[in-house]
Design a protein around this ligand. Structure first.
Ligand code: ADP
Length: 401
């Protein structure tokens, strides 16, 4: 069950770090990461990588141009590979059916079509991007409808659980690796091949296999549970503010129950700041995945379940609104013409990623109130800040008057 060459389509926050660690841990495998963006690939091949993650620079530099390659020659990389990871972006749809909730699968579809167009030998295709349940089936249908004679595909689901800011640590020591595939002979062989890659460094017991849909849903469920914990403690923080209770003390007491645990309730050195009662979660995953789950439940005619998970998002928006309003209240109910400094613009520490950052929402809110804002973030380019602040996003709060 071995292989020689891996291609990764998409050199972003998921594909770049994941495949760098695979190349680092599997010197016997050639890993080529491709992207449509010439700029991104040029950056991956330069001294300044396009994304910041602690520890990533050293790993990339140690294996780049040995068994790790970054390229725009997508056709050649697909053809050479035994196994292809699809790591393209799946943003929330900003138009049409499912707008603001469903995941936009156009990039996944175009990657699948590209594979079918150019592959002249059988391939294992692995969806790593977070996708709605049953996306693997759509990828299979596209591949099989367009396959060349003699070419066969096996499609696996292998969702990524890395957290930005600790991506390298998470990839080197994953809590678990999840692989979903078809429950037949060929499917099991494909699963075993991908499991063989991970077993280069992940203990066998931590590699779990299951059917494709369980794997796809497990990723959405894991992110929904994490987001729900944050909304739960944030909801408590509002009660605390009105009662004189201290939310850190409550989090400490609640977290000491071993059935609940203290992670994502109380900040400590090895825990993301996002986890404590705070301004709410940001980032490209939690909101997108919970919305995705809500949309799935609506499509399955499960309105009660959809409403339950929607409330996790509603509390997050409520928390951000409360935070911005508190600033205004503390400044004598007006920020017009007041100078306000914002320290940090990315969605959490140790990353330059600004997608769905709570900072965007707060800054837009204060600007609308007439404040003068200065923003400092050592990991975010000024242009990126302007881009985020001048584009409508799903963070825009419909309830803000
Ligand atoms: P994620 O956080 O999911 O990794 P990113 O937006 O950081 O998302 O990265 C996705 C990458 O996928 C982008 O660099 C984008 O240019 C690339 N991409 C999207 N569609 C294709 C495609 N069909 N072929 C190659 N690269 C693609």
């Amino acid at each position: 069950m071995s292989l020689k060459s891996i291609c990764c389509i998409g050199a972003g926050y998921v594909g770049g770090p994941t495949c760098s660690v695979i190349a680092y841990r599997c010197p016997d495998i050639k890993v080529t990461v491709v992207d449509l963006s010439v700029e991104r690939i040029t950056q991956w091949n330069s001294d300044v990588l396009p994304i910041f993650e602690p520890g990533l620079d050293d790993i990339v530099k140690s294996v780049r141009n040995k068994n790790l390659f970054f390229s725009t020659d997508i056709t050649a990389a697909i053809n050479e590979a035994d196994l292809i990871f699809i790591c393209v972006n799946t943003p929330t749809k900003s138009y049409g059916l499912g707008k603001g909730r469903a995941a936009d699968l156009k990039y996944i579809e175009s990657a699948a079509r590209m594979i079918a167009d150019v592959a002249s030998q059988s391939k294992i295709v692995v969806e790593k991007s977070t996708v709605p349940v049953k996306a693997a089936e759509s990828i299979s249908n596209i591949l099989r409808a367009n396959q060349k004679p003699g070419v066969k595909y096996q499609v696996l689901s292998n969702p990524e659980f890395l957290a930005e800011g600790t991506a390298v640590k998470d990839l080197l020591n994953p809590d678990r690796v999840l692989i979903g595939g078809e429950q037949n002979h060929d499917g099991q062989q494909a699963i075993a091949t991908l499991a063989w890659v991970y077993k280069h460094w992940v203990p066998e017991d931590n590699v779990i296999t299951m059917n494709t849909w369980s794997s796809e849903l497990s990723k959405l469920a894991a992110n929904a549970f994490l987001a729900q914990r944050i909304s739960s403690i944030n909801a408590m923080s509002a009660v605390c503010e009105y009662t004189g209770a201290d939310v850190s003390e409550v989090a400490h007491a609640v977290g000491m129950d071993s059935r609940i645990g203290n992670k994502f309730l109380k900040a400590s050195v090895d825990e993301p700041v996002i986890g404590k009662a705070s301004i709410g979660f940001g980032g490209s995953c939690f909101q997108k995945d919970v919305l995705n789950l809500v949309y799935l439940c609506e499509c399955l005619n499960l309105p009660e379940v959809a409403d339950y998970w929607q409330q996790v998002i509603n509390i997050n928006e409520y928390q951000r609104r409360r935070f911005a309003n508190r600033i205004i209240q503390c400044l004598f109910n007006t920020v017009t013409n007041k100078k306000i400094a914002i320290f940090g613009f990315s969605f959490k520490k140790d990353t330059g990623d600004t997608r769905e950052s709570a900072a965007i929402y707060v800054v837009k809110y204060l600007l609308e109130e007439g404040a003068h804002i200065r923003i400092y973030d050592p990991k975010v380019e000024t242009e990126q800040m302007f881009r985020e602040l001048t584009h409508p996003s799903i963070s825009d709060d419909p309830e803000k008057g």
